[in-house]
Design a protein around this ligand. Structure first.
Ligand SMILES: [Zn+2]
Length: 275
């Protein structure tokens, strides 16, 4: 019996030995050097996939003011969809210019004209695309016995650069950034943005303008001529600017009408659903 048992044990162990031998051989195939090479290959592939996604042409490259990302208003890493040409073409009357989207430093409106309306300066120029509607609006306001003074129209990149640095020198860059745009980020460079006052230098660029006859008339009627209040009260988180009741933007009659019908004090950012 003992001999038979030994034979059985030996027979029983034989398959196990075979299996271990096979396992040992397979394990040798995956030696540390080989595993290291495979891991390196996987990492290279992942790295290349990462680079491809980062440079994917479907992700638009938007002019971004890096300092604006520090205020926490961004939506994280979500890439915005490409904007339509009507918002990105500097010569479009609905071009979007804000703290995220800027104009080229050398952009000058194709045709600048002097509107010859009541103004605080004889040298104010505006884009020819808005001049007729601006004159019509000022004329209609006058018929309602409201005097609109134009205090600013087109402002060149260089002049805006001077304005910003003058203000920043007085109140610091962070405070200046709330009320005045950096060069390239000002709508006034389009020739389609206008600052009004009720009388020459009376309430120019002050919130008090909102309570004047001129301010009230503009809020009520400006859209009829293609203008929108660009920085409404309570929309600072959307526009990046504090309330500016004196600053109006020409976007054309159709767009201004649609915006007016959509909601009160609608901003371009909200209307086009962009940042
Ligand atoms: Zn302005």
């Amino acid at each position: 019996m003992s001999e038979n048992n030994e034979v059985r044990e030996i027979n029983a162990e034989t398959p196990q030995e075979n299996t271990e031998t096979v396992r040992t051989r397979n394990f040798r195939d995956f030696s540390p050097v080989r595993v290291g090479r495979i891991l390196l290959l996987i990492l290279c592939v992942l790295f290349l996939i990462g680079i491809w996604f980062h440079n994917n042409p479907s992700s638009p490259v938007i002019n971004t003011d890096p300092e604006e990302n520090a205020d926490g208003t961004g939506e994280g890493e979500t890439e915005p969809a490409p904007l339509p040409a009507e918002l990105t073409d500097p010569s479009s009357i609905t071009v979007l210019v804000n703290k995220t989207h800027s104009l080229p430093a050398d952009y000058v409106p194709e045709k600048l004209v002097t509107p010859y309306v009541n103004s605080t300066s004889d040298v104010i120029q505006v884009s020819s695309k808005a001049a007729d509607q601006l004159k019509e609006m000022v004329t209609k306001a006058a018929e309602d016995e409201v005097t609109l003074y134009l205090t600013a129209g087109y402002i060149s990149y260089e002049t805006q650069d001077d304005y910003f640095h003058d203000r920043a020198g007085m109140v610091g860059e962070a405070e200046a950034n709330k009320v005045i745009a950096k060069a390239g980020f000002s709508e006034h460079q389009t020739g389609l943005a206008f600052d009004f006052s009720d009388e020459a230098n009376g309430t120019a660029t002050t919130v008090a303008f909102a309570e004047t006859k001129a301010g009230q008339w503009l809020i009520k009627h400006s859209w009829e001529y293609g203008f929108i209040l660009r920085y409404p009260e309570g929309k600072e988180s959307v526009t990046g600017y504090s309330y500016q009741p004196w600053h109006y933007r020409f976007v054309g009659r159709d767009t201004a009408k649609k915006m007016h019908e959509t909601a009160e004090d609608l901003t371009m950012e909200e209307y086009y659903n962009v940042n």
